[in-house]
Design a protein. Sequence first.
Length: 111
Amino acid sequence: MTDSATDSAIDSSVLVQDPADDAVDPELRSRALDGILLLLPRVLKRDLPEVTENACLFDEVGLTSAATLELILELEDHLDVQIDVEGIDQDDLRSVGTLAGFVAGHVIAED
């Protein structure tokens, strides 16, 4: 294999997009974001100062593990969807926006 062939292979691997990015419906993400912002005060049982999309759910908003589960269940009811939470990890819960993106990309299709 020549150096230029190696360089080409490396360059093409850099251009590969994460398939999960394509799976996120922008309209559903926007609805999920609005739902999260609406439901957070109810789930946390307290008024919140203005929460933005970039707000850290645990450090800034004060979400706990138990409240995270409750928020996701409430969000499923609010959006009338079922969310596949099998692959959720700490990065997905980093901020209000990352959770909205996770939700929009992990809705279970109806049969």
